[in-house]
Design a protein around this ligand. Structure first.
Ligand SMILES: [Fe+2]
Length: 218
């Protein structure tokens, strides 16, 4: 028999109030939904979108080459504030290539362009809110003298009732801790994709990462 069982109930109640009165009196707050925060669009949204707008950025229709860099399978779900899947959401992504260079006339970085990298992709979520892209892990790139942007992918996600325009980052990147944009986010963890082991149908040396998106309701 536990000691607690030997104590009169009134004694237990007095002790509980004395030790945790404030906690008992405080209102119980439900966990707030972790909406995916917005981030700036940035200057490199494609001027010309590729003709073959699809979910595979590692090859361009009509070309035999493959994009340089490490293949990344990026997947996740688009959810509402209750955690329910949002089907039919449109997801656009755009990103730098493995050298940290955008296919965009405003990108003045001198690292190489990759003629086989698409740099832009589109996907519509399925009945379970799922999306999946095959791309290349983007390289970091400098912005001015004292700022190097960590690897990231720009996302524009439109669901039935909400939209988020943001940037997704990768876990375990030291540059994350120095990035002014990521640090400015009110919920940084909601912007960071998590790696998982590649599955059997993926290239053995590829990366797989999961990132879920919670859309606000307007
Ligand atoms: Fe960027």
């Amino acid at each position: 028999m536990r000691n607690r069982d030997l104590l009169p109930r009134r004694t237990i109640l007095r002790s509980a109030i004395a030790m945790g009165g404030l906690a008992v009196a405080a209102p119980v707050r439900a966990a707030l939904p972790q909406f995916t925060p917005n981030q700036v669009m940035g200057p490199f949204y494609p001027v010309e979108k590729p003709l073959d707008q699809d979910a595979d950025l590692t090859a361009i229709s009509g070309k035999s080459g493959q994009a340089e860099g490490q293949v990344l399978h990026l997947m996740g779900r688009v959810l509402d504030s209750q955690g329910r899947p949002i089907s039919g959401a449109r997801i656009e992504i755009w990103q730098a290539n493995t050298h940290g260079r955008y296919t965009h006339p405003a990108d003045t970085n001198t690292t190489p362009l990759d003629p086989n990298f698409e740099g832009f992709g589109v996907q519509i979520t399925d009945d379970e809110g799922r999306y999946r892209f095959k791309t290349i892990k983007p390289g970091a790139y400098p912005v001015g003298e004292n700022w190097i942007r960590p690897p990231h992918i720009h996302f524009d996600v439109s669901g039935r009732t909400g939209r988020v325009l943001t940037q997704m980052y990768f876990e375990n990147e030291p540059l994350n801790d120095l990035d002014r944009l990521l640090l400015s986010a009110r919920n940084q963890q909601a912007l960071i994709a998590k790696y998982q082991p590649p599955t059997g149908e993926m290239e053995p040396v590829s990366l797989a990462a999961v990132w879920n998106i919670m859309l606000p309701e307007v």
